[in-house]
Design a binder for this molecule. Structure first.
Ligand code: PRP
Ligand code: MN
Ligand code: MG
Length: 183
């Protein structure tokens, strides 16, 4: 109904499906920790911002919020392979449970880089929750999420935090961008 959503070829996960799956993930995550665990939820900016906000409200445990700004794509649909830490997290995670929150695992390079770096700070545990997973794209084979919202095929998706050249993050669904917009 407007120019912005006309850029989308197909909605692959709608708002209601996202909401329902996040409720399930919240319950799963709540169940694997103990009530007195010290948990730091780490949002990987910028893509995971909406997922973090919605997921946190479905986790029935006290959690601390932190943020790390990591970028590998720039203004392209292909990961550059060079992962840059633009802003590190603030919390000291030694001896604490770390829950990394990602919007998507594609090649796995971003997550590999973040996990390798944070492992050296001796957290009590590291777990990863991702909304989307593209398993067929994985170059870092050893990288996987502990909790995964949806497995999706190898198509360039935007919305609900995911961007193309910083646009489309504020769509409330996950959609496939029309090819003519990026080819
Ligand atoms: C995207 C996405 C993940 C990462 C996944 O972030 O949000 O963080 O790429 O790709 P990978 O598994 O191939 O590393 P991006 O670098 O585009 O930054 P953004 O979150 O600010 O959009
Ligand atoms: Mn990201
Ligand atoms: Mg991006």
């Amino acid at each position: 109904n407007n120019v912005f959503t006309n850029d989308i070829k197909e909605v692959i996960i709608n708002e209601e499906e996202i909401k329902q799956r996040i409720e399930e993930l919240g319950k799963e995550i709540t169940n694997i920790y103990n009530d007195d665990d010290d948990i730091v939820m780490l949002c990987i900016l910028r893509g995971a911002i909406l997922f973090m906000a919605d997921l946190a409200r479905e986790i029935d445990l006290p959690v601390v919020f932190d943020f790390m700004d990591v970028s590998s794509y720039g203004a392209s649909t292909e990961s550059s392979g060079v992962v840059r830490i633009i802003k590190d997290m603030e919390e000291n995670i030694e001896g604490r449970h770390l829950l990394i929150v990602e919007d998507i695992i594609d090649t796995g390079r971003t997550l590999k880089h973040v996990i390798d770096m944070l492992q050296t700070r001796n957290p009590k545990s590291i777990k990863v929750v991702t909304l989307l997973d593209k398993p067929e794209r994985r170059v870092k084979k050893e990288i996987d999420a502990d909790f995964n919202g949806f497995e999706i095929p190898d198509e360039f998706v935007v919305g609900y935090g995911l961007d193309f050249a910083e646009k489309y993050r504020n769509l409330s669904f996950i959609g496939v961008l029309k090819e003519k917009l990026y080819i």
